[in-house]
Design a protein. Structure first.
Length: 119
């Protein structure tokens, strides 16, 4: 039984090492990644989407009065964000330029129409 437990543990450690050693992870291709810090100053939870080249992708949810950082693979020079508040409406930001490695900031205002995105 002891050798079986050792074998299972060795297999698990080996699998973790193989996963961390993969060369195609987002962390190792950081220059292709854009991050966006979302500051939700609104009461409602917000689901955030990034739209680039007509493709809409869900980034995640930011609880009301909280902040989160999301990353996405950079594909186009121009992006905009869609903010969908739980039971309170949807807002689309203006388009902003994004380069690989950029860190954007999206502020969700208490008055949704005053929300803004910046570099």
């Amino acid at each position: 039984m002891r050798s079986f437990t050792t074998l299972v543990l060795a297999g698990a450690v080996g699998a973790c090492w193989l996963r961390s050693a993969r060369p195609d992870t987002d962390e190792q291709r950081g220059s292709e990644i854009v991050s966006v810090r979302v500051d939700n100053q609104n009461f409602y939870d917000a689901t955030i989407y990034v739209v680039a080249n007509g493709e809409k992708r869900r980034l995640g949810v930011v609880t009301g009065h909280q902040s989160e950082v999301f990353t996405f693979r950079w594909k186009q020079a121009q992006v905009h964000f869609v903010i969908q508040l739980l039971a309170a409406g949807t807002y689309t930001t203006e388009t902003i330029g994004a380069d690989p490695g950029d860190q954007l900031e999206l502020v969700i205002a208490p008055d949704l129409h005053r929300s803004r995105v910046s570099r």
